[in-house]
Design a protein around this ligand. Structure first.
Ligand code: FES
Length: 246
């Protein structure tokens, strides 16, 4: 029979003020929920790449990981419908003397579904052939009102030179033509939250940045990035500077 070790997480009065919180019970991370007058505890470590589940949100009965939004039932630990095979351990909870105790030995085990690796995750392999040059235009402009872009013009000259004079293989990607979700700053949450391949590209099959990753990681020997000064949007430096003037 599994050993039990009950750990005092703190007073009920304090812990019930938050619907979800990440707590340490010795060295075990616990995501403690308080919902409908009831405490429950699951592992505070996400199955994906270890996000702190207790720092996420509650969506109904599901704890939503703050890193890439995987969901686990707050009482059963099971993944959301369709992904029940991805489950985090559940810990028993008891109230004694107005304190919340958690059993360090989980009642259920962590289980994982085998997720097929994303095609971008393959090992890059360079076949023989001419030098490959990828150009990327980062100019942003309104599609129905195109204007002359100096950085685009320079990029086209460079790509033409690589192709015609240097006999390179070339490709030109215009970010403006692609549909993609902007970076959501996962790196700012944790270096481990910024994954390869990008978690946004993995979770959104319509994300077209895979073309850029494909070109940069699996194809090009040379990468030319053409950018206007401010990428079509005020940078944070710009923004901060303008705030100083107010
Ligand atoms: S969804 Fe939890 S770590 Fe990625």
């Amino acid at each position: 029979m599994a050993e039990t070790e009950w750990i005092d997480l703190g007073p009920v009065e304090t812990l019930r003020t938050q619907p979800l919180q990440q707590l340490m019970a010795r060295r075990t991370r616990i995501a403690l929920t308080y919902k409908d007058g009831q405490f429950s505890a699951i592992s505070g470590v996400c199955n994906h790449v270890g996000g702190p589940l207790g720092d996420g949100d509650l969506d109904g009965d599901y704890v939503v990981c703050p890193w890439h939004y995987w969901k686990f039932h707050c009482r059963t630990g099971l993944g959301e419908p369709g992904y029940e095979g991805d489950a985090v351990p559940v810990h028993d909870v008891e109230i004694r003397d107005d304190h919340v105790y958690v059993n360090l030995t989980p009642r259920t085990r962590r289980t994982r579904i085998r997720h097929a690796p994303h095609p971008l995750a393959r090992t890059p392999q360079r076949e023989d052939g001419p030098i490959r040059v990828a150009g990327i235009s980062t100019t942003a402009m309104t599609a129905s009102y195109p204007r002359y872009s100096t950085s685009d013009a320079l990029l086209e000259i460079a790509i033409d030179h690589a192709k015609e004079t240097l006999a390179c293989e070339t490709q030109l990607i215009r970010l403006n033509d692609l549909a993609f979700r902007a970076c959501e700053g996962f790196y700012s949450k944790s270096a481990r939250a910024c994954t390869w391949p990008c978690s946004i590209t993995q979770m959104d099959p319509m994300d077209q940045l895979d073309r850029v990753y494909e070109a940069f990681v699996h194809w090009a020997d040379v990468i030319l990035v053409a950018t206007p000064i401010r990428w079509g949007a005020a940078s944070s430096l710009y923004y901060n500077s303008s705030c100083q003037l107010l």
